[in-house]
Design a protein around this ligand. Structure first.
Ligand SMILES: *Cc1c(COP(=O)(O)O)cnc(C)c1O
Length: 244
């Protein structure tokens, strides 16, 4: 068994345990493997071990990997078994065209201008781009993410764009060692998500939780955890190896 396979199994067990403790069904939580900084071979290994959804932060790097994983697959046909690619990093206007052409999801939409560009640039032969709005739940002034007070207006505008499909919210709270503190911030995101759903938005995705805080996120209602290091190992060690 490869390290990645073993790590994946351990992460899946953490998710199942967290679901059991929260009285949730394990099928309610999707695992997104965050493969940023790791090469196509790491993705292939995880894919061979049953992983289907992958997250990338850097557009150029992500597109290169998407194309590498499609090698030998006829144009227009899906990979077998299919891979779902999520863009989870901050998005600049000059990168939206590449994202719209290659990714299946964008979780980091935090302003209308970016959403409008993705909508215009999504190729007509592809299904609508699946969207999460990134929300700044802990209020840091320099952080990406829409302010909670502006979330409803953004959700309203984005859901009117025909080539996008609004699926939910994503948040990246400041790291904390305390389960209580982690939970408190995740519950704020959960409340915003509940409010939008109560307001008529058909959302099914609450993307929160990473390697160090996925248990708190699952207990607060996360439906998608984004896990990098616990699957692929430490990124600095990896970068040092690949630079050597
Ligand atoms: C890197 C990253 C992750 C994964 O973080 P780990 O701590 O490696 O699990 C999740 N979400 C986003 C937005 C990231 O940038």
């Amino acid at each position: 068994m490869t390290t990645i396979e073993r790590n994946l199994q351990a992460v899946r067990e953490r998710i199942s345990r967290a679901c059991r403790q929260a009285g949730r069904d394990v099928t309610e939580v999707t695992l997104l493997a965050v493969s940023k900084t790791f090469g196509p071979d790491a993705v292939r290994q995880a894919h061979a071990a049953g992983q289907r959804a992958f997250g990338e932060n850097y557009v150029q790097e992500g597109v290169e990997k998407i194309l590498a994983l499609r090698e030998g697959v006829p144009p227009g046909a899906p990979c077998a078994p299919p891979i779902e690619w999520h863009c989870i990093g901050p998005l600049q206007s000059n990168k939206t065209r590449l994202v719209a052409a290659h990714f299946d999801w964008v979780q980091s939409v935090d302003r209308l201008k970016i959403a409008e560009r993705l909508n215009e640039q999504r190729p007509p032969e592809h299904p609508p781009l699946q969207i999460c709005l990134q929300v700044n739940v802990d209020g840091g002034p320099n952080k990406s993410g829409v302010a909670p007070s502006e979330l409803h207006a953004l959700a309203h505008a984005v859901s009117a764009l025909p080539r996008l499909r609004l699926r939910g919210l994503m948040c990246i709270p400041e790291p904390s060692d305390s389960f209580e503190q982690q939970s408190e911030v995740f519950l704020r995101a959960r409340t915003l998500w509940d409010q939008l759903r109560a307001g008529g938005f058909e959302l099914d995705t609450l993307s929160m939780g990473m390697s160090d805080d996925l248990e708190a996120a699952v207990s607060a209602g996360s439906t998608l955890v984004r896990v990098g290091r616990a699957i692929f190992g430490s990124r600095t060690a990896q970068q040092a190896t690949s630079a050597a």
